[in-house]
Design a protein around this ligand. Structure first.
Ligand code: ATP
Ligand code: MG
Length: 564
């Protein structure tokens, strides 16, 4: 009775035990109610459970910073304060259901508060990273036609420089102790607002949020999600991939601006009643991360391969993570070498997840499943995921093709609804009965999926198709290599050849480059099929990356071909 407004199915999912992949497939039977609102149906339900003594005493949100400040909110407090925040949005700002609200905040508790408050009011949240420039913000406000923007004192001046070019923008809210002309002060209004609020009655399929993609291949796309897609759909992430229960404490290091934060810092943990841990850190630095993992009773750690690569080059062995028991990685492929080193130094495996801003988890290694290093695990039960060719034929194991999700006769409820205001682009993702991810991969005899590369990143050299990830994973096994990016490069005889841009470990920088190139080429020939070795190698101090830390191979590739 404690969680009476949870849908029955969601409750069953949250409480499920599973033993291996087959049991997950057998148990997953989604039921999507006509009406659903995460604030009321999940957050308030856990608050009820807490009041009745049916949830452990760990907080729902546990925020810390470098100065030793802490904020801990139970679900009861989160429910209470987010109702006040909802009053601010609907009264002081007069926002209506469906209005779009851009929230650009660093990792501060108000960001979580506003996520819940937007859902309570039925307004559509559009999160953005604090690394956006005035020009980026202008683009986002104009394309989204947002009525309201919420940010802090750092970015408010940037907003003021562009606000006059944004006719849709009526309300500016600042989260700050200080007042600013023309801005409503969220912190003050929050204090005054009453804590009674009637949650908007939202349909499961109503728009809930718009997330911008990472922009690895071009301009970020506005990806629209419904109330159910994340509020119910990310249950798969929470239960099967993150393996969370109400006693767990999860720390996901990703920036508040990306869908990954919605996945692992909002929906997946709170569906499971788990505690979300947040460190205010402005950017990813190995030392504070390792210190926090050893100081706080964090049980579950979620980060990106680029972060794990930084951590293993740090004095990892001098830290002890007393509570940590489950580590996951997503966003880019995880090199087997990094998994092995993490395991050697921490005793823990890294469970991989593959997905997109457009989807919830698509493939993953789930707790209890055998890990095949270099593979992204098996398909999530949320989707019928297949490897297909250009005519939508499903390909047998061992054959490379497009990673695709079946969307006919029924579009899965957890897939994005559309790219906002861009029907052409939305349609371009559909081929026959499938949504095309844009990624290439293959399946093996055991049903595990292997990532080959983004469709545009796959190299076609003298009749061989070569995925950059496999070559990069071979290179990183050599002690000289910190990380690398492998792209195609023009060649007068072969058309295109494999070229590796390599960041060297400090000890190797002064080596004779010719000899080192030869050594790396021989190494790749030894650990993978020889035809994949990089015929060209260039040493670089760092690789071009997105704000979220993803390697931008297309930038390197374009430069290569531009030279030709
Ligand atoms: P954009 O679409 O703007 O170019 P993006 O595709 O990087 O940027 P996201 O939605 O954040 O934006 O990332 C999804 C993509 O990240 C996937 O399509 C895939 O290419 C890559 N990816 C995510 N997880 C994994 C993984 N575990 N293994 C391999 N690739 C992954
Ligand atoms: Mg993408």
């Amino acid at each position: 009775s404690s969680s009476r407004s949870f849908s029955k199915w969601q409750l069953a999912l949250a409480a499920q035990n599973f033993s291996g992949y087959e049991s997950i497939q057998a148990q997953y039977k989604p039921e999507v109610p006509e009406y659903f609102n995460f604030a009321k149906d999940v957050v308030d339900s856990w608050a009820e459970a807490e009041k009745e003594g049916n949830r452990p005493t760990s907080p729902a949100l546990w925020w810390v910073n470098d100065q030793g400040d802490q904020v801990k909110w139970s679900f009861v407090e989160l429910s209470h304060v987010s109702k006040k925040a909802a009053r601010v949005l609907s009264e002081q700002c007069g926002l209506q259901r469906g209005d779009r609200v851009i929230v650009i905040l660093p990792r501060i508790p108000e960001w979580w508060l506003l996520n819940v408050a937007c859902m309570r009011t039925g307004t559509v949240l559009i999160p953005g990273t604090t690394q956006l420039t005035a020009k980026d913000i202008l683009h986002r406000v104009q394309t989204s036609k947002a009525r309201c923007i919420i940010t802090d004192q750092v970015l408010a001046p940037a907003v003021d420089t562009i606000a006059s070019k944004c006719p849709s923008l009526e309300f500016k809210l600042i989260v700050s102790r200080n007042h600013r002309e023309d801005w409503l002060n969220f912190s003050d209004l929050l204090k005054l607002a009453p804590a009674k609020h009637d949650c908007a009655v939202t349909k499961s399929c109503d728009p809930m949020a718009i997330y911008f993609t990472s922009g690895t291949t071009g301009t970020p796309k506005m990806t629209e999600h419904s109330h159910a897609s994340h509020g119910l759909g990310l249950g798969v992430n929470g239960r099967y991939w993150l393996d969370l229960t109400p006693s767990d404490i999860i720390w996901n290091t990703s920036d508040t601006g990306w869908a990954k934060s919605a996945w692992s810092s909002v929906f997946a943990p709170w569906i499971q009643g788990a505690c979300v841990f947040v460190h205010s850190m402005p950017r990813f630095e190995p030392t504070p991360v390792l210190e926090a993992l050893s100081r706080f009773p964090i049980t579950t750690f979620c980060s990106a391969p680029t972060a794990y690569r930084m951590l293993i080059h740090h004095s990892l062995s001098s830290y002890k993570f007393h509570s940590l028991k489950h580590c996951v990685s997503a966003g880019e492929p995880m090199n087997p070498e990094i998994m092995e080193q993490w395991k050697t130094k921490t005793g823990l495996d890294i469970y991989e997840g593959y997905g997109q801003t457009e989807t919830v988890l698509v493939c993953g290694t789930f707790k209890g499943m055998k890990i095949k290093p270099g593979s992204m695990g098996k398909p999530s039960p949320a989707y019928d995921t297949q490897i297909i060719d250009e005519n939508c034929n499903m390909l047998p194991p061992g054959k490379e093709g497009d990673i695709a999700i079946r969307i006919k006769p029924t579009r899965p409820f957890c897939l994005f609804t559309r790219y906002t205001d861009d029907p052409e682009r939305t349609n371009s993702t559909v081929r026959g009965d499938f949504y095309i991810t844009g990624d290439r991969g293959m399946q093996d005899e055991d049903g595990y999926f292997w990532f080959v590369g983004r469709a545009d990143d796959v190299i076609n050299s003298a009749g061989y198709r070569i995925g950059p990830f496999e070559v990069e994973s071979a290179l990183i096994e050599h002690p000289a290599v910190v990380e690398s990016a492998v792209v195609s490069s023009p060649d007068s005889i072969r058309g295109e050849v494999v070229k590796a841009f390599v960041v060297l470990a400090p000890d190797y920088i002064s080596r004779d480059p010719e000899a080192l190139i030869k050594e790396l080429q021989d190494h790749v020939k030894k650990v993978t099929a020889p035809y994949k070795y990089p015929r060209k190698v260039e040493f670089v101090p760092h690789l071009p990356k997105t704000i979220s830390g993803k390697i931008r191979r297309n930038e390197l590739r374009k430069a290569e071909w531009g030279k030709a």
